[in-house]
Design a protein around this ligand. Sequence first.
Ligand code: GAF
Length: 393
Amino acid sequence: MGAPVGADVDAAQRVRDEFTELYGTAPEGVWSAPGRVNLIGEHTDYNDGFVMPFALPHVTTAAVSRRTDGVLRLHSADIEGGVVELAPDALEPGTDHAWTAYPAGVVWALREAGHPVGGADVHLSSTVPTGAGLSSSAALEVVIALALNDLHGLGLARWQLARLCQRAENVYVGAPTGIMDQTASACCEHGHALFLDTRDLSQKQIPFDLAAEGMRLLVVDTQVKHAHSGGEYGKRRAGCEKGAALLGVDALRDVAYDGLGAALDRLGDEEEVRRLVRHVVTEDHRVERVVALLEAGDTRAIGPVLTEGHASLRDDFRISCPELDLVVDTALASGALGARMTGGGFGGSAIVLAEASDVDTITKAVEEAFAAAGFTAPRTFEAVPSAGARRAV
Ligand code: GAF
């Protein structure tokens, strides 16, 4: 996963010191797990399809110690409210609607799977932007899962931790998400994008070093907040499942790209389902095209494929918003190689692939376009493919 870098160690030591001050003794260890951006492969993960995320340098850090009295104490440096005390024995899906549902849900999922996880003291601090489509929830889940896996010697593999975190999010929190974000946080490697088959969780690390080729990938956080437990994400998922059922396949992954026209014909006047199916099948194909281009060393050529992905999410899947479209249109008009919304949609962030020499022009153009439209100023930063979850101290 890559050794902790200097900034990591500094952050980990700060979180360790805060834990010691809060709970009166030093933690048994400190772990961190990153947020992610998704390069391509959106809303394909709950259709057994392909995705290609990479980890951000932004992490959630957790200092953790086991307790013997069965009490789970949770505290976050970023959220008001002090220490929250819970009883692992009494955790019930659907009862917690605060941030604590994510770490508590992981404890619940581990216990439900038969792992002997009891009380713990936890102190958290995060640099992953929340509500920005950059997987702050997955980072929070994965850091807890990894810490408890290590402390209790559970021996679970990264992909197993990701599955348990997804279960925590689906069942305990009640958000019907796929497996991409948790796997990205748990399994990504520095300098690589993760080509993941969400059907069997087979993975391939694809070298992705844009700086070496004179390019950059910008993340533009529109500051429009999104949430997955809201109805629209679930409606898209249900529509995809209806499409698979109507076509007689286990999942839309099983509809061949070459057979898409015939499949759409079979859906007759199910217009909405046809649009969802078209997005998923073409998006899986786009992931395969991006992987092939990167493996052939033709990195610049992925730009138009990313932009096609945005059009598909906007027009067929219908999960973009005016702010995301404005980022994409403005970036492209200012010379970007490609641009698209990333993550679940309905707000959050867009990514922009650009020549390094065009970054300032594009950033300024997007800021000016937002100001002219009367939108809240966006936050732009460069995304560098970073390490997955790890023990930091
Ligand atoms: C969110 C979900 F959590 C993921 O599982 C995935 O479906 C993504 O939206 C869309 O690709 O991040």
